[in-house]
Design a protein around this ligand. Structure first.
Ligand code: ADP
Ligand code: TRP
Length: 334
């Protein structure tokens, strides 16, 4: 079993990033037994598909590393690194470009969503993004890849590429990876609009809880969160058609490790005037230790770089045999 996942280093981390991705990684790491290691990386090579200035990109990578460590990723137990420090990813991507078919990539819904109407103006990088992702996974022979629902198609593509490469070159080189999608994959919505995803790109800062928000700010944001005048229902069924109420109950359930039904049972008949302070406190208690660590870690760039460099050395060593075998299978002298 080998667990691997990547996340794009984007600035301004929020509750959605934590509950939707980072926390799941920490859980998987903590479930590993013996010497088994997880591989977690910052997909900075993927981030070139989004225009970003040099300084900001550097900051984003270090911030995401700090956030992961603050949230519980232990760089001594897991292999934590950024993709750009391990050239095997880009190298294998190029080899796999010979295997992946344009027809397969044309079917990728994330690409279609991202380019919208301007397909001709999109970068080639955005188009081959899933091939780099396949290389990320296959170069380590990862078996389990924790991702959000939206990445399922990219995982299927990685399997298709692995199968075709193995068949075309008559080797049993690449392992077929399985996506690990949390049963109730936490999708956190905006505090101002229960139908929109909580996102760093929302112009209203009141729409999200940032990892850098202090206790007061968190409480205020929850207090001002949009709701409806109805009291909380007895079961989660009663949240249908009430997206804001549903979101707040969902956040409470996710944070306290219970179900929306259990939360409704606890607060049934009470209004949001009673529920919001409880949610605010739960958020504050959960995020405070992470924020404290995060703020501390992000002031020490040298320490963060040292963590990433150490991780990259381990990752490069793990990737090398597969990369060599791929060159060899294709008759490329290295
Ligand atoms: P944003 O939407 O703020 O730009 P990204 O798209 O950069 O966030 O996402 C980074 C990671 O965080 C991804 O793994 C994504 O699935 C997760 N994520 C982002 N927003 C949310 C959210 N609102 N709920 C759950 N997970 C989220
Ligand atoms: N595309 C993934 C996302 O947007 C990030 C990613 C890049 C990834 N490479 C990966 C995830 C390899 C899992 C495995 O969330």
């Amino acid at each position: 079993m080998r667990v691997l996942s990547g996340i794009q280093p984007t600035g301004n981390l929020h509750l959605g990033n934590y509950l939707g991705a980072i926390r799941n990684w920490v859980r998987m790491q903590d479930e590993m037994t013996g010497d088994a290691q997880c591989f977690f990386f910052l997909a900075d090579m993927h981030s070139i598909t989004v225009h970003e200035g040099r300084e900001q990109r550097i900051r984003n990578v270090r911030d995401m590393a700090a956030a992961l460590v603050a949230a519980g990723i232990d760089p001594d137990r897991s292999v934590l690194f950024n993709q750009a420090r391990v050239p095997a990813h880009a190298e294998l991507c190029w080899l796999l470009n010979g295997t992946a078919r344009i027809g397969w990539l044309n079917r990728m819904t994330q690409f279609k969503d991202k380019v919208g109407k301007d397909r001709e103006g999109a970068s080639i990088g955005l188009f081959v993004y899933p091939v780099l992702q396949a290389a990320d996974i296959l170069v380590y022979n990862a078996t389990h890849v924790p991702v959000g629902e939206d990445q399922k198609q990219h995982l299927e593509l990685a399997r298709d590429i692995a199968t075709k490469f193995n068949t075309d070159f008559g080797v049993e080189l690449f392992t077929l990876p399985d996506p690990i999608i949390p049963r109730e994959s936490a999708r956190i919505m905006s505090l101002r609009d229960g139908t929109a995803k909580m996102s760093k790109s929302d112009p209203s800062d009141m729409s999200r809880v940032n990892l850098t928000d202090d206790d007061d700010a968190i409480v205020q944001k929850v207090k001002k969160a949009k709701t409806d005048p109805e009291p909380l229902p007895e079961t989660a069924e009663g949240l249908a058609g009430r997206p804001e109420a549903n979101n707040l109950v969902g956040i409470y359930a996710t944070l306290s490790g219970t179900t929306a039904d259990a939360v409704c049972a606890e607060f049934a008949g009470k209004g949001f005037g009673a529920f919001k302070p409880a949610l605010g406190e739960l958020l504050v208690e959960t995020l405070r230790p992470i924020r404290t660590r995060f703020m501390e870690l992000r002031t020490d760039d040298a320490a963060l770089d040292a963590i990433l460099e150490k991780g990259a050395a381990k990752a490069a060593a793990a990737a090398d045999p597969t990369l060599r075998a791929a060159y060899d299978a294709m008759g490329l002298m290295r």
